[in-house]
Write a protein that binds this ligand. Structure first.
Ligand code: MN
Length: 430
């Protein structure tokens, strides 16, 4: 089926700013609370949010096999489970309906009042109920940098790293949408030179510049997903700030990997941009040497050119961009990750989320974490307000943005923005 929604020549009768992340070619999916306090599934064109539940009730999706309540839900899981054919039919229909040349909704004032919202009238929610969350470690530059800092140059990349996409199972309970603040975590750390640990606030709170993909129902227990089919089961992507406490992580991670240093919070951008919308921005992944085992070998362009950036905004001050990276730097691509994840028969469900791991580029200004940017605290990063950062301070806001752009079409993710608060104070809780 063709993806007519991607037609680069199409314009919308809704206003779209020239540098908007959300032209009519994007049509992402999200969940929001409307001005009437009703939760619904929606999309966005420019700065207008569109209530898909209301559009469906008004008959604008007639002819597409959808259950009556598919968009009147508080998560996208059931819609995602309908599969790629349905996602395409719905995106294509939305695209036709908001095309400059289509007057059916444009000239219906009453229906427009029902389905269209300004962004300040809605509140974005988590787009899916994330059942399981896995985080990979797919950037060679990041794995090498962290390996040098934790184990030295000789043992930077572990012997398995070039042969499989290393990952771990995280917690979905602490995945939150953009805008929700995060408390500095407390935990055990081993101070430099000490022989026994102490308990207290993490001193090294960090961000991880990542993206994450959301899957549909993919396989049954025992059934691997072949690599050539893997992308059919990927609904779309979000920006992902995988908050990390480096001092807690360093003490706890041996031998089973990340635990409390990672699972206190991870923030995502609220609009899921479909893999279909990103189709025009495919690029090659970095050359893999040695060649991976057969079940991880792939054909074609399996990465996407998505420009990424991370900023720190101190309280009451301007933000400073501290990193500019790109999704295409990932050594292991999403198809390889999903094929590897299921090769033992592990089932993947609708709404599962897989993080890329920190995406660092080859240059010092493209590192995707403060751990690398400050080289474990040996260097300071200047802020526009005259202060410096090695890690994240209380009341700093971390903002991540990402977009693809080619031949005048820009498809973006908006932002994921969250503030770090001081440690949780039980006396302040009412
Ligand atoms: Mn991570």
């Amino acid at each position: 089926m063709s993806i007519s929604a991607n037609n680069p020549d199409r314009t919308s009768w809704l206003h779209v700013d020239k540098n908007s992340d959300f032209p009519i070619q994007n049509i992402p999916f999200g969940v929001f609370l409307t001005r009437d306090d009703i939760i619904t599934i929606g999309t966005r064109i420019g700065d207008t949010a569109i209530d898909l539940g209301a559009l469906h009730q008004l008959g604008y999706f007639d002819g597409i096999p959808l259950t009556d309540d598919i968009f009147l839900q508080d998560t996208l899981n059931d819609f995602i489970a309908d599969g790629r054919k349905t996602w395409r039919l719905v995106r294509n229909r939305i695209s036709e309906l908001f095309d400059s040349n289509n007057t059916s909704l444009k000239n219906n004032k009453k229906n427009k009042e029902t389905v269209l919202f300004r962004l300040d009238e809605i509140e974005m929610q988590l787009p899916a109920q994330i059942g399981d969350y896995t985080d990979f470690y797919a950037s060679k530059e990041h794995a090498t940098n962290v390996g040098i800092m934790f184990r030295g140059v000789e043992n930077a990349l572990m012997p398995n790293w070039l042969h499989l996409p290393v990952g771990y199972h995280g917690r979905s309970s602490s995945i939150i949408p953009s805008g929700i603040p995060v408390h500095r975590p407390q935990g055990q750390t081993l101070p430099a030179g000490a022989t026994s640990p102490v308990f207290g606030p993490s001193k090294l709170v960090d961000f991880e510049l990542e993206m994450a993909f959301i899957t549909t129902d993919a396989n049954d227990l025992g059934e691997p997903i072949p690599i050539e089919e893997a992308e059919e089961y990927i609904f779309g992507l979000v920006l992902f700030n995988d908050w990390s406490a480096r001092d807690i992580q360093k003490w706890e991670y041996v031998p089973l990997g990340p635990f409390l240093g990672k699972n206190f919070a991870s923030s995502i951008s609220p609009w899921i941009v479909t893999l279909d919308a990103l189709e025009p921005f495919r690029v090659d992944t970095p050359k893999q040497d040695p060649q991976p085992l057969e079940y991880l070998q792939f054909k074609g362009k399996k990465s996407f050119d998505i420009k990424l950036e991370a900023s720190i905004q101190p309280k009451n001050a301007k933000e400073t961009i501290v990193s500019k990276s790109n999704f295409k730097y990932m050594y292991w691509n999403m198809a390889q990750q999903l094929a590897h994840h299921t090769v033992n028969g592990c089932p993947v469900n609708s709404g599962d989320m897989m993080g890329s791991g920190t995406i660092s580029g080859p240059t010092e200004d493209s590192y995707g974490s403060m751990l690398e940017l400050s080289w474990k605290g040996e260097k300071s990063i200047p802020m526009k307000d005259g202060t410096e950062r090695k890690f994240i301070n209380d009341y700093d806001t971390v903002i991540m943005r990402g977009y693809s752009e080619k031949d005048g079409t820009r498809i973006g993710f908006g932002e994921v923005k969250s503030q770090l608060l001081p440690i949780f104070n039980p006396k302040k809780k009412k």
